[in-house]
Design a protein around this ligand. Structure first.
Ligand code: NAP
Length: 379
C-alpha cells in the first residue's frame, strides 16, 4: 500500500506530538516527510530519530544557527515554500497556534492535496483566501470534526442550528468577583483537555469558543450557532434539525480520535483508547452559556454578524494574541482581556482597507505587529 506523505506544522506541540504518535503506530500507512517547529529542539530531535523525515524546519533563527552544522537536514522557515515545492505532500496537519500559523497554513493549502487545520485562527482570518488554493480543507478540531460527521448526508434546509459544546474551562464555577483575581497560572489549568498554553488561556476566557463559532459559520456556511456548557467534555457538538430532533457526537475527550480521523481522512483508524462505556454512568448535563462572566464569547456572535468583514476577524485574532501576551506579563487582568480586544479592534478597524488576497492580509498583520512591538511582548 502506498504510504500517505504527511507534513506537520507544529509537530512538537500538543496536537503535533499526538499526530507523531499516530504516525509512529501506523508506519505502514503514513510517512512524515517534514515538520515545522519553533524552538523545542529536544522534542524535534526525538521526532527526527523516530520518524526520520527528510527535513525538519525551525521558525527560530537562533535554533537554526546553533544546530544547522550538526543536522544537515535542519532548515529555516524561509525555505518552507521551496520544501513544499520539492516534496509532494499529500496531507499537511496545520497546528501552530495564533496568527503565526497563517503563513505556513497558506503554503500548506497551496501545495498539499489535503490540509487538516487545527490552527483555527487561520480559518478565522483567511478562510475565503485559503479555500481558493489547491488543498481540500478539513478542520482538525473536536467540535468541527464532529460537526462534519454529523452533517454528512443531511440537507442544509433541514438544519435548525449547530451547537458547539464548551467545557467551561478552569473558571466556570467562579463568580464575577472571583474572576477579578485569577492569574495566568490559574488559567493554564484546564480541567479536561491537555493542550498548548495559548488555546488553554483561550478556553478559560471563552475566546477559543468565539473563534470556533466563527470557524464553524465560515466553514459550514451556517450562521445559526449556539454554545452549551458540558463539563465532562464528552459531547463535542450537536446538530438540531427543523423537526426538533438532535444528533450528538460523543467520545472520550482525546484529540487522538480527531487527529487520526484527519490523518487518515476520509477513513477511520483503529485506536486503542478508553471507551465512553468505561465512564458509565454518563453525565449529559448541559448548561447555558454566561455572557456576563465570560464576555469574550460575545465576539463569536459578533463575528457571525460581521462574517464578511475579514478585517474585523483578523483584528479579533491579533487582539487576542496580544491580550494573551499582556495577560502573561501581568499587564492586563483576566477580565481585562475582553476590553483590551474590543479597544484593539476599535483602534485599528478604520486604519486599513479590507485585504483582497493573502499578501495584502499578511502585510496588514506585519504592520500591526510592528506597531505593537510584537517581538518585545513575546511570552
Ligand atoms: N491542543 C489541542 O487539544 C487543540 C485542540 C483543538 C485545536 N487546537 C489548535 O491547534 C493549534 C496548536 O495547538 P497546540 O495546543 O498543539 O499548541 P502547542 O502545544 O503550544 O504547540 C505549538 C506548536 O507550534 C510550534 N510553534 C509555535 N510558534 C511557532 C512559530 N512562530 N512558527 C513555527 N512553529 C511554531 C511549536 O513549536 P515549539 O514546541 O518548538 O515551540 C509547537 O510545535 C492551535 O491553533 C490550537 O487552537 C489545539
Amino acid at each position: 500500500m502506498k504510504k500517505r506523505k504527511i507534513a506537520i506544522l507544529g509537530a512538537t506541540g500538543s496536537i503535533g506530538k499526538n499526530a507523531c504518535q499516530i504516525i509512529k503506530e501506523n508506519q505502514d500507512k503514513f510517512s512524515l516527510e517534514f515538520f515545522l517547529f519553533n524552538k523545542n529542539i529536544k522534542e524535534a530531535i526525538n521526532i527526527l530519530n523516530v520518524l526520520k523525515p527528510k527535513y525538519f524546519v525551525t521558525a527560530n533563527k537562533e535554533v537554526y544557527e546553533k544546530y544547522k552544522r550538526i543536522y544537515k537536514n535542519l532548515l529555516y522557515i524561509r525555505d518552507l515554500e521551496k520544501i513544499y515545492q520539492d516534496l509532494n505532500i499529500e496531507l499537511t496537519l496545520s497546528a501552530i497556534p495564533g496568527s503565526e500559523g497563517i503563513y505556513p497554513t497558506y503554503l500548506a493549502c497551496k501545495y498539499s492535496n489535503i490540509c487538516a487545520i487545527s490552527n483555527k485562527e487561520s480559518i478565522v482570518c483567511a478562510y475565503e483566501f485559503l479555500k481558493k488554493e489547491k488543498a481540500k480543507i478539513i478542520l482538525c478540531d473536536s467540535e468541527h470534526t464532529s460537526l462534519e460527521e454529523l452533517l454528512k448526508g443531511e440537507k442544509k434546509e433541514e438544519i435548525e442550528k449547530l451547537i458547539l459544546t464548551a467545557s467551561g474551562g478552569p473558571f466556570w464555577e467562579l463568580s464575577l468577583e472571583e474572576l477579578k483575581h485569577v492569574t495566568f497560572k490559574d488559567a493554564l489549568k484546564h480541567p479536561s483537555w491537555n493542550m498548548g498554553p495559548k488555546i488553554t488561556i483561550d478556553s478559560a476566557s471563552f475566546m477559543n469558543k468565539a473563534f470556533e463559532i466563527i470557524e464553524a459559520a465560515l466553514y459550514f456556511e451556517i450562521k445559526n450557532i449556539d454554545v452549551f456548557i458540558h463539563r465532562k467534555s464528552f459531547i463535542h457538538a450537536i446538530v438540531k434539525f427543523i423537526d426538533k430532533s438532535y444528533k450528538f457526537s460523543v467520545s472520550i475527550p482525546d484529540m487522538k480520535i480527531v487527529i487520526s480521523y484527519c490523518l487518515n481522512y476520509p477513513n477511520r483508524l483503529k485506536l486503542n483508547l478508553k471507551s465512553l462505556e468505561d465512564l458509565l454512568p454518563l453525565d449529559f448535563k448541559l448548561e447555558e452559556k454566561d455572557l456576563k462572566r465570560f464576555k469574550c464569547l460575545k465576539f463569536g456572535f459578533l463575528g457571525i454578524k460581521n462574517l464578511d468583514d475579514i478585517l474585523f476577524r483578523t483584528l479579533l485574532v491579533l487582539g487576542d494574541d496580544l491580550a494573551i501576551k499582556k495577560f502573561a506579563k501581568g499587564e492586563i487582568t483576566f477580565l481585562g482581556i475582553y476590553n483590551f480586544i474590543k479597544n484593539f479592534i476599535e483602534n485599528n478597524i478604520n486604519k486599513f482597507q479590507k485585504p483582497k488576497n493573502i499578501p495584502e492580509l499578511l502585510e496588514i498583520i506585519k504592520i500591526i505587529k510592528e506597531e505593537n512591538n510584537w517581538e518585545k511582548t513575546k511570552n
